[in-house]
Design a protein around this ligand. Structure first.
Ligand SMILES: [Zn+2]
Length: 106
C-alpha cells in the first residue's frame, strides 16, 4: 500500500512506513455491500443478517425495526413465490385440458 504521508509504496501488511516511519492506515475494510445490492436481493440470497445490518446502517433503525422490515421483505418474496406456483399450476391444468381435447375431440 502507499504511505499516506510520503506516498511511497510499502508492503501491503505494513503498519509503519519503511520510508518515513509514519503510521500507514490499513486498507479500508471491504464494504459490507460491495455490489450495492438491494435489501431484497440480499434477502433473496438468504443473506438476511447482512440485509438487517445494512438497513440499520442506512436508516439508523433499531435492530428490532430492522428485523421487522426484513421479515416483511421475506414475506413479500414468499408470497410472490407462492403466486408463481399457483400460476404454474393453473397453466399446467390448462395445458392438460388442451391435450385431452386434442386427443379426444368430441
Ligand atoms: Zn511514508
Amino acid at each position: 500500500m502507499r504511505c499516506p504521508n510520503c506516498k511511497n509504496p510499502n508492503d501491503s501488511d505494513a503498519t509503519i512506513c519503511q520510508w518515513c516511519g509514519a503510521r500507514c492506515a490499513p486498507e479500508p475494510p471491504p464494504s459490507s455491500n460491495p455490489e450495492g445490492k438491494t435489501l431484497r436481493q440480499l434477502v433473496k440470497e438468504g443473506n438476511s443478517h447482512l440485509a438487517t445490518r445494512l438497513y440499520i446502517e442506512e436508516t439508523g433503525a433499531t435492530v428490532r425495526e430492522a428485523e421487522n422490515h426484513i421479515k416483511k421483505i421475506k414475506k413479500q418474496l414468499e408470497d410472490r413465490r407462492n403466486d408463481k406456483k399457483v400460476l404454474l399450476g393453473i397453466l399446467g391444468l390448462m395445458l392438460f385440458a388442451i391435450l385431452l381435447w386434442l386427443i379426444f375431440p368430441e
